[in-house]
Design a protein around this ligand. Structure first.
Ligand code: OOB
Length: 560
């Protein structure tokens, strides 16, 4: 078991890391008693994460492992390429425990580099292609990363990663190297990377948090917990070597990486197809070509795919499981996606911090449409509490607190955030407002009703953004909506409805008359109505309220 060495470094105070620090500095491991339980129960395998690949290469050497529009590799080939990359990394001075920022587009090179880093004993920091200087600089400072791996070419939107990397290096001298996959492809001098023994209780990778306030935090995922996460998820979806998984979201995000994603698919010998273009035209053709059976989508993308089924010539008929999650979904939206895109539509409520809830293949339609699923593991512990931290009555709403075999015990090097985000007995405060149904066919399933902090303080009233959004979406002229708080001299905050009109437009007065008719109280109705061509999205494709507010107040969008 790794030790939690002190002193811990607070993210808020770290700006530039010049001295290399130990991986476990500022890492909160699982407490010994629970670790013991998860091992005894056989959940944790005690194996390094990259053994998912070596095991697959041993069992199914010739089966396709990864496929993109340029190339494909069998499990044996991917395994050999990972070794080669590890040797090249070692040759370049990357040492076990070193953090390395990984920012690559969806591609076979992503998989090769990810496993190469693990094999070298390095810890990838899973950046998304949409992250920019502010996020990367923050990840570099907090993690003390020694290298950054970027694509050799500009992004499809013309963004130049090399230029950003040069700027980052100037500010973070600890970031000694900027590499592309091509730099790691040449046969290395060393025959194999000598990483030494791996502590399965230590962090294998750092995921970034999906929160929409402030800069993302780093989430240490251990070999034990992430190996379990991937395997258990693939198993719960009934995946076998006959399945084919499609990565349509950014591959470094927890959802397509390990839920079940690339790693879960690998655990059962199923290939993963990568695409950089999530449009229906492109993905439907790929799904057809590779007989894709499983994929994961954020809500907006799922809705777009479902709409496109009306006109696309090739339909995604081979899909058996379409997981939809990442933000709140109304039952009507779920029904639309299920009926138009795939009967295999399921909901997933997950977080990079760990705990996953999802509906299972074969669950009743009522459960699939009205809930965000149930916990993945019998060892997930959920608590729903009120504002005083007291548990609410069964079936009532409150904040979800979680603890379990694959949920973090602390953000990486973030003492201040940790003091707020964890209870003394180790439960993570998710910030999500949920109810866990207590009876009937939905018993044990979770419904996400909003974010605890996503509220607008208007005058003396507290208005829930998600409640208002739900009402807004019932208006036939509104295709998408976000309720956000704007500063107001008299009220403190006023309510702004940012909407995407579907076909025709309406005025604020018409909207408020409609809301009045639905029984929405006067103080909970929008003060301003802002039509937008689309709602701005985060790097993974969720509605980015921070950016909406920044756009309307002339402030900086922060970072996304
Ligand atoms: C996934 O992970 P993150 O880390 O990008 O975001 C987590 C947060 C949750 O705390 C919750 O606020 C929200 O995103 N969320 C949902 C949701 N799924 C995630 N809110 C309502 N309904 C849902 N179904 O987003 C993620 C990770 C793994 C699998 C799927 C999604």
């Amino acid at each position: 078991m790794s030790t939690n060495s002190s002193p811990r470094i607070s993210a808020a105070t770290v700006t530039v890391e010049t001295e290399p620090t130990s991986l476990t500095t500022g890492f909160a491991p699982f407490p010994a008693d629970r670790a013991e339980l998860y091992r005894a129960e056989g959940l944790w395998a005690g194996r390094p994460l990259d053994t998912l690949l070596s095991d697959a290469a041993e069992h199914w050497p010739d089966r396709p492992a990864v496929i993109d529009c340029h190339i494909s590799h069998s499990f044996a080939e991917l395994d050999a390429l990972a070794d080669r990359t590890a040797a090249a990394l070692t040759d370049r001075g990357i040492r076990p425990g070193d953090r390395v920022l990984l920012q690559l587009p969806n591609s076979c090179a992503f998989a090769v580099t990810f496993f190469g880093l693990l094999r070298a004993g390095a810890v990838p920091v899973m950046c998304l292609p949409g992250h920019r200087h502010a996020e990367l600089g923050h990840f570099a400072a907090v993690s003390g990363a020694v290298a950054l791996i970027i694509p050799p070419q500009a992004s499809t939107t013309g963004f130049d990663y090399r230029e950003m990397a040069a700027g980052l290096q100037a500010e973070h001298p600890g970031l000694r190297q900027v590499l592309t996959p091509a730099d790691l492809d040449a046969p290395a001098d060393g025959s194999a990377a000598a990483r030494g023994p791996v502590d399965p209780a230590a962090p294998a990778l750092l995921l970034v948090s999906g929160g929409t306030t402030g800069l993302p935090k780093l989430i240490p995922r251990t070999h034990d917990d992430y190996h379990y996460n991937a395997r258990a998820c693939a198993q719960a979806y009934g995946m076998t070597g006959d399945d084919v998984y499609l990565v349509a979201l950014p591959a470094g995000h927890n959802f397509p990486l390990g839920c079940p994603g690339l790693l879960g698919s690998m655990s059962v010998g199923a290939p993963t197809v990568f695409t950089d273009d999530p449009s229906p035209e492109n993905t439907f053709a790929l799904i057809d070509k590779h007989r894709v059976t499983v994929t994961g989508l954020v809500n907006a993308l799922a809705k777009m795919w479902a709409q496109a089924c009306d006109w696309e010539p090739v339909l995604p008929r081979t899909l058996r499981v379409v997981q939809v999650g990442g933000s709140r979904m109304l039952p009507e939206e779920a029904r639309f996606i299920r009926q138009n895109l795939s009967e295999g539509m399921g909901q997933i409520f997950g977080m990079a911090e760990g705990m996953l809830n999802f509906t299972r293949p074969g669950d009743p339609v009522d459960v699939v449409e009205h809930t965000q699923g149930r916990p993945m593991s019998p060892h997930d512990e959920l608590r729903v509490v009120d504002e005083n931290g007291d548990e609410v009555a069964p079936g009532e709403e409150g904040e979800l607190l979680v603890r379990g075999p694959y949920t973090l015990n602390g953000y990486y090097r973030a003492d201040d955030a940790n003091a707020r985000s964890f209870t003394p007995d180790g439960f993570y405060r998710s910030g999500d407002r949920v109810r866990v149904f207590a009876e009937g066919p939905r018993a044990g399933y979770v419904e996400v009703t909003g974010r605890i902090k996503d509220v607008i303080h208007r005058g003396g009233e507290t208005v829930s953004a998600s409640d208002l959004e739900e009402h807004l979406l019932t208006h036939p002229a509104i295709g998408a909506a976000a309720a956000v708080a704007l500063p107001d001299e008299y009220l403190g905050e006023k309510i702004c409805a940012a909407v995407v009109f579907a076909g025709r437009t309406i005025t604020l007065a018409e909207l408020n008359e409609f809301l009045d008719g639905r029984g929405v109280s006067a103080h909970s109705r929008p003060d301003t109505l802002v039509p937008l061509p689309t709602l701005p999205k985060t790097a993974v494709g969720k509605v980015d309220k921070k950016q909406i507010v920044a756009g309307l107040t002339g402030g900086s969008a922060g970072t996304s």
